[in-house]
Ligand binder design. Structure first.
Ligand code: SF4
Length: 427
């Protein structure tokens, strides 16, 4: 199967030549190489292009010309040569949402947490090159040894969802909640609020949770983590993804009326004291622009076009989409569900297009397609390209570490506490 990026380029060329394109993408800029956007403000083309990036978002310095102008074959030769030279001193991690052109070099492919743990299992690796986004590299840095360097090939590969909750806004929210609820436990020993952060958040927010009796969750263990939190707290402050929080809590039987949303730009998050007093889960006003694209109308069309289709979506999708699907679950859940199905199945999948197309290629015994007919990859995953990978690897061969991601010890200590609380939770 043609990779997502090749399909976008072919389609864009066909369009320019007046030929009917076979693929529609959400932005013609996706056909350009990511270094075109490194100097620009914003996330670049793809699903997050409409989101406003914070001023402090890291920028990628200019990629040397030799990597911008090298052919695909030349980059392939140089990347493989560097891998050969570095041997076991190097481990390359590729996220499920990463383009195939990069994933082909990965020693491990997985979700953010699987990859961070995979890195710790390669004790001999001195360099961990994380082909994912910024918060993933931070987590890998916190879980790896201090002498292991975690490298993000393009510093502009952030995450628009993670950027929607920053430490100052969350601290301000926390102070308002403490003023409203106090800090004393109830007669069952439960404190007024437990902070829970999704893995897709900055290290600073994981540290905030570690410092304030809170915990981290992934999309695989969110329900078990909420159970843990409700044993210790009367309610939960869940950030940054409102959809994962709402979908998980609703499936646990918590009424949506008891899940007010916290808008950091409004006093009390835009809520009344009464609605906060009555709340069980306070949801941060954040979302993933990749998963926000999926709709109930797309599910209805899939069911009309493919009777008997099995619709599986990620819990970062809005609640009506999760409700209309047959199943929802993490990337790991989606992969396992498809792998376990009897041959001849038809699956409409609501998650990032690179992963869906890879699943389709890996499972020719099934018909697998993305619910969204418009190709719109994650903007920030797209920022990683073989050109950057060749650049960081050849620097390592010369003994230079570029684009290292490090988390300050004062943040990493409490963040590890929150991560370890999560690891101790049994789903
Ligand atoms: S898919 Fe969504 S949550 Fe994942 S890195 Fe991209 S923007 Fe962030």
């Amino acid at each position: 199967m043609t990779s997502v990026n090749t399909a976008i380029k072919l389609s864009s060329r066909a369009e320019a030549e007046g030929i009917q394109p076979g693929t529609r993408s959400c932005s013609p800029d996706l056909a350009r190489e990511p270094w075109t956007f490194d100097a620009a403000v914003g996330y670049g083309p793809g699903a997050s292009m409409g989101d406003s990036a914070p001023a402090a978002t890291p920028r990628q310095p200019v990629l040397p010309e030799e990597y911008r102008t090298a052919s695909e074959a030349e980059l392939d030769r140089r990347i493989r040569a560097a891998q050969e030279t570095l041997g076991d001193r190097l481990v390359i991690l590729g996220h499920f949402y990463q383009r195939d052109e990069v994933v082909q070099y990965a020693d491990f492919v997985g979700d953010s947490f699987q990859l961070a743990r995979a890195a710790t299992e390669r004790a001999e690796a001195e360099a961990i090159v994380f082909c994912g986004v910024h918060f993933m590299a931070e987590t890998a840095d916190m879980l790896s040894r201090p002498d292991q360097a975690v490298i993000l090939p393009n510093l502009a590969a952030g995450c628009s969802m993670a950027d929607m909750a920053d430490i100052d806004s969350v601290t301000d929210c926390w102070e308002q909640l403490e003023e409203l609820f106090g800090t004393e436990p109830d007669e069952h020993g439960r404190v007024p609020v437990i902070p829970v952060t999704y893995m897709n958040s900055s290290a600073a927010l994981k540290g905030f949770c570690g410092d304030n009796g809170g915990i981290v969750c992934t999309s695989s263990n969110a329900a078990a983590v909420l159970d843990w939190a409700f044993e210790r707290g009367q309610r939960v402050l869940f950030f940054p993804d409102q959809h994962l929080g709402r979908n998980t809590a609703k499936a646990m039987g918590i009424p949506v009326e008891q899940m007010p949303m916290w808008n950091p730009n409004k006093d009390l998050g835009g809520n009344t004291e009464l609605s906060l007093q009555d709340s069980r889960v306070i949801l941060w006003h954040g979302f993933c622009s990749v998963h926000k694209r999926f709709s109930v109308a797309q599910i209805e069309k899939a069911r009309a076009d493919f009777p008997g289709v099995r619709v599986i979506v990620h819990p970062e999708c809005p609640m009506p989409v999760v409700d209309a699907a047959d199943e929802s679950g993490s990337t790991d859940y989606i992969r396992k569900a498809i792998a376990a199905a009897a041959p001849g199945g038809t699956f409409a999948v609501g998650t990032e297009i690179n992963m869906v197309n890879r699943l389709a290629a890996e499972h020719p015994e099934h018909t697998i397609f993305c619910l969204d007919p418009v190709v719109c990859p994650c903007s920030t995953m797209y920022r990683i390209h073989p050109g950057y990978l060749a650049w960081v690897l050849e620097a390592l061969v010369r003994g230079e570490v570029v684009n290292r991601i490090t988390v300050d010890g004062a943040v990493a200590g409490p963040a590890r506490i929150a991560l370890n609380r999560m690891l101790a939770v049994r789903p």
